[in-house]
Design a binder for this molecule. Structure first.
Ligand SMILES: Nc1ncnc2c1ncn2[C@@H]1O[C@H](COP(=O)(O)OP(=O)(O)OP(=O)(O)O)[C@@H](O)[C@H]1O
Length: 703
């Protein structure tokens, strides 16, 4: 907001200067010029008859004296001060505006919030390399546009000098006099327009291509990470890298090339122009500059602090609402609506108060900026007029100084905004690159072998010890050993948290054991091709199957991307899904909704079974596949599972003991170890943990 205001004022001041010259051409008279300027000052921001008006008249008289060469100027010392303000106070306003960039994080905030990893230039280079020609083109065009921008103030000065000469000498016709420099200027504007269009087109092409390459590479890198990586990193955070961070990086990248290059070139170039026009004014500017930057930084940091506090308060209020709405059933069950309402209202009131304070701060700041901006323009005209009257400057020089100083101010303001943007962009880039250079500890491809012989399907867990990487101190499996004989069904039961699902995860090679080996047909699974192992050997069905938001056909085909429609239908028939699928109007083309919301639990489970069966796996892992279903659904799904498990090595992780009584081997797990093993009848006759579990479940079932 404050920046907007500043730019508006900057544009106003600039357009005043430009219109000043153009009107002088149109009217051809100095007093008309003054009337125009005075009336504009009055109608836009100044009350009539204010001191500004008087200063302008004095300046105008000085110009008049200068052109008629009849009088001497007042002392230079009285006028240099205001002129210096032209550049420096505008800079002050811009710096303060940037500091008070209340809607964005400032560099310091970004640095404090995240511990930013190193920015890896070589990774950026890999993305930029394919776009190098377009990028060089954009840089050259942007540079050209900036160089022309340095020329424009000087040419405007020439134009004003022509007007002034005409006023003085009245030689030739006005149009003839002005035609040459005006046409040159027009030509310059046209070329600058073309260069600007060209570099923006090229730059946005480069930016978009770099960003889309980055997105694809980042997604590829993320999706290939192992499961442990996803245990340690929140999904929201990862999605943020793909969206917000890449967007931020792209904006910064484009801004640095366009605005950065242009602003630096213009600042240096226009400073040289300012020095050539008036070394004294320029010298004083350089002296005053640091004080104003300091003052701007102080005001800015105060406003920034207010803004941060207000934002934190808004976040607190949102948190309260989020929690209440997210747990609305609990809130209602305890009749706590009123209490939640009060909590929310309290936080919202606090945030309102803080935002009002911030608004007040910004308003005072903007008021000061406004006054400063107007004073500066007037100061320059006053000072410039005095210099003109002492023959140290021509009216054209004054024009050039005004426009060049405005260009410097705008460029410096852009650079200070840019600095924040560069820090934000580099932090975003560093976070993206951090994930790009990650290597998965269990790579999907990487030289693993595919056995030549057809699989027998024997699995050996040999002396396995395992801790999850996110909890290295907590040993989940302790010297765990188990054999899954080929084409037999082995069930694991036991207390919650005993490590049953962990066994299945190790077979899928979601994790590697800390000690011990998992063997498939006598081969260490770490030596096998992982994509083959997961894609063709092992079928996995868990308690809450996750479907993708596409059609039923596509969801089943997820198990085997090259499967024909006939194969999909056959898998659906095996899993008892065909009939219900055909009862939908769109059949296999029915969309299942996000995460399968448009289907019942039993229907989703049968589609998941079809998805696992379509790849005809030698080994099937069922992790509590029926425990979330009601009795009726369980019957249909169980029937499908019985059919699916025939002729395969099956590992069942079970809660409901009724579903595994027919298993060839039942293992009871406790505290990361197998404590009992045998058939259902053998274990019952032992009267140990298993019969306890059965007794408890029967008792619960009778309640
Ligand atoms: N991704 C993980 N990261 C860290 N610890 C985990 C992770 N998954 C499971 N654990 C821990 O490992 C232990 C065994 O969990 P596991 O899921 O294998 O038990 P379970 O026997 O299948 O339990 P349940 O029957 O309740 O599903 C538990 O203490 C659990 O907290």
């Amino acid at each position: 907001m404050s920046q907007l205001l500043c730019s508006r004022l900057c544009v106003t001041a600039c357009s005043r200067s430009l219109s000043f010259s153009s009107l002088s051409r149109k009217t051809g008279g100095k007093w008309k010029l003054s009337r125009w300027y005075t009336s504009h000052s009055q109608t836009s921001t100044q009350p009539p008859g204010n001191p500004l008006h008087r200063i302008w008249n004095l300046t105008q008289r000085a110009i008049h004296h200068s052109t008629s060469r009849t009088s001497k100027s007042p002392g230079l010392k009285f006028i240099l001060g205001p002129a210096v303000l032209t550049v420096s106070a505008r800079l002050f306003c811009h710096v303060a505006c940037c500091e008070a960039d209340v809607n964005n994080n400032t560099p310091e905030e970004v640095i404090l919030k995240d511990s930013v990893p190193d920015f890896k230039w070589h990774i950026l280079w890999e993305f930029v390399k394919p776009q190098l020609f377009a990028l060089i083109g954009a840089v050259v065009l942007a540079f050209g546009a900036a160089i022309l921008n340095i020329q424009i103030p000087l040419m405007l000065g020439d134009l004003v000098n022509v007007v002034a000469r005409y006023l003085r000498e009245h030689s030739g016709t006005y149009v003839n006099e002005i035609k040459g420099p005006a046409m040159k200027l027009l030509g310059l504007y046209a070329i600058q327009g073309l260069l600007t269009t060209g570099y923006i087109i090229l730059l946005s092409r480069v930016g978009e291509r770099v960003a889309s390459d980055m997105r694809k590479t980042l997604f590829a890198s993320l999706i290939r990470q192992d499961v442990a990586f996803f245990d340690a990193n929140k999904t929201g955070q990862l999605v943020n890298r793909l969206t917000a961070d890449i967007q931020e990086f792209k904006s910064s990248f484009k801004l640095v090339i366009s605005q950065g290059l242009r602003s630096i070139t213009q600042t240096v170039g226009c400073f040289v122009s300012l020095y050539i026009i008036s070394p004294k004014l320029t010298g004083l500017t350089v002296v005053v500059l640091p004080c104003l930057v300091g003052a701007g930084a102080l005001i800015g940091s105060f406003l920034r602090k207010l803004s941060r506090l207000a934002q934190e308060q808004v976040a607190k209020a949102t948190e309260v609402a989020d929690e209440a709405l997210g747990n609305v059933r609990t809130v209602k069950a305890f009749a706590m609506e009123e209490r939640e309402l009060q909590l929310y209202a309290h936080e919202v009131d606090k945030s309102c108060e803080m935002n009002e304070n911030l608004g007040g701060g910004i308003a005072v700041f903007q008021g000061l900026s406004n006054v400063a901006l107007n004073c500066i323009v007037l100061g320059t005209i006053f000072a410039g007029g005095t210099l003109i009257s002492s023959n140290e400057m021509s009216p054209g020089d004054l024009m050039s100084f005004l426009v060049a100083s405005q260009t410097v101010q705008r460029s410096l303001a852009s650079i200070s905004i840019l600095f924040g943007q560069v820090v934000r962009g580099m932090s975003a880039g560093a976070r993206i690159f951090e994930y790009l250079s990650l290597k998965p500890t269990i790579p999907l491809s990487g030289g693993g072998r595919i056995p030549f012989h057809s699989l027998i399907g024997r699995v050996d867990f040999m002396n396995i010890s395992f801790s999850y990487p996110t909890r290295p101190g907590h040993e989940v499996l302790k010297k765990f050993s188990l054999i899954l004989p080929p084409c037999k069904t082995v069930a694991i039961v036991g207390e919650s948290g005993g490590g049953k699902s962990t066994v299945a995860s190790l077979l899928e090679r979601f994790y590697d054991p800390t000690n011990g080996v998992v063997m498939l047909d006598g081969l260490d699974i770490r030596t096998l091709d992982l994509a083959w192992l997961r894609g063709q050997v092992i079928g996995f069905i868990n308690q809450e199957p996750v479907l993708f938001g596409s059609s039923i056909m596509e969801n089943i085909r997820f198990g085997k991307p090259d499967a024909t429609d006939a194969e999909v239908i056959s898998a659906a028939k095996q899993s008892n899904a065909h009939r219900f699928i055909m009862s939908f109007p769109d059949g296999y083309n029915t969309m299942v909704g996000e995460r399968g919301v448009a289907l019942s639990g039993g229907q989703k489970q049968r589609i998941a079974i079809a998805r696992a069966l379509i790849k005809n796996p030698s080994i099937l892992v069922l992790d509590e596949a029926t425990s979330a279903l009601d009795a009726e659904s369980e019957g249909v799904v169980q029937e499908a599972l019985d059919r699916a498990t025939r002729g395969r090595t099956v590992l069942i992780i079970a809660h409901r003991l009724s579903t595994i009584q027919g298993a060839d081997l039942i293992c009871v797990m406790s505290n990361g170890r197998i404590v009992e093993a045998g058939t259902h009848l053998e274990l019952l006759s032992k009267g140990g943990l298993y019969s306890d579990l059965i007794r408890r479940q029967r008792a619960e079932g009778q309640k």
